[in-house]
Design a protein around this ligand. Structure first.
Ligand SMILES: Cc1cc2nc3c(=O)[nH]c(=O)nc-3n(C[C@H](O)[C@H](O)[C@H](O)COP(=O)(O)O)c2cc1C
Length: 208
């Protein structure tokens, strides 16, 4: 059966971790976010908020906050001394090179239900960003690195106390020369089931 365009994009999209230095305009980012905001949500107000890190000075501040947070969280403890400086530099250089980072947040729900709904809706929003970006040859990496749980990082990055970070999205135009490994998923029959077992149990109980 022939796949619709949307189904093709859903199946073809990949996380892109290779960066290019092609500039991404604010207009392009706004366009992606506006499309993504047609995600479903189940609260009075749309739950997503996004901090856009795009200009050079913003990036310097952002990367400094990431590196400070990594220090605070003792992320480097597992590195042996001889590899430490290299590892830090690799991390810093990577984050300095990302053309655009989006800090995507959701409100912290007051109940388990409202929290689930907020995270669910904002995750749907993020997937919309990834799909719309893919269709424009723009790559995304959704990151949940430890810094997103660091309250000081959160505050210093301008995230309100009553909100939680759902992901950092690294955005870069896709280098068309890279080859991506084919995406694989388990066959649907491995992770789906019906209620037949329960039905059988119930009818056995009723007979007894
Ligand atoms: C909630 C969430 C958190 C993720 N966090 C990270 C991350 O911190 N670092 C990273 O490199 N990729 C991260 N990813 C990307 C996944 O590793 C990636 O989606 C997965 O390997 C499947 O590959 P695909 O996106 O190309 O289909 C995250 C994805 C999701 C959905």
């Amino acid at each position: 059966m022939e796949k619709s365009t949307i189904e093709q994009i859903v199946r073809e999209r990949r996380t892109i971790r290779t960066l290019t230095n092609q500039t991404i305009s604010l207009e392009t980012i706004h366009d992606l976010l506006e499309s993504a905001s047609y995600a479903p949500y189940h609260s009075k107000d749309e739950p997503w908020e996004v901090i856009i890190v795009r200009e050079q000075q913003e990036r310097q501040v952002f990367v400094k906050e990431i590196m400070n947070s990594y220090d605070r969280l003792d992320t480097w403890a597992r590195y042996e001394q001889e590899h430490l400086e290299k590892a830090k530099k690799r991390t810093e250089d990577y984050f300095l090179d990302v053309p655009v980072t989006l800090i995507v947040t959701a409100p912290i729900g007051e109940s388990e239900k409202s929290n689930l709904e907020a995270i669910g809706a904002v995750s749907a929003f993020i997937q919309n960003v990834q799909l719309v970006a893919w269709a424009q040859k723009i790559g995304v990496t959704w990151r949940t690195i430890p810094v997103i749980f660091d309250e000081v990082f959160k505050q210093n990055s301008g995230v309100a106390a009553e909100r939680q970070i759902i992901g950092l999205l690294d955005i870069s135009f896709i280098d068309e020369n890279i080859t991506l490994p084919k995406s694989r998923r388990k066959p649907v029959t491995q992770w789906t089931k019906g209620l037949n077992e329960k039905v059988a149990e119930m009818s056995k109980e009723n007979k007894e």
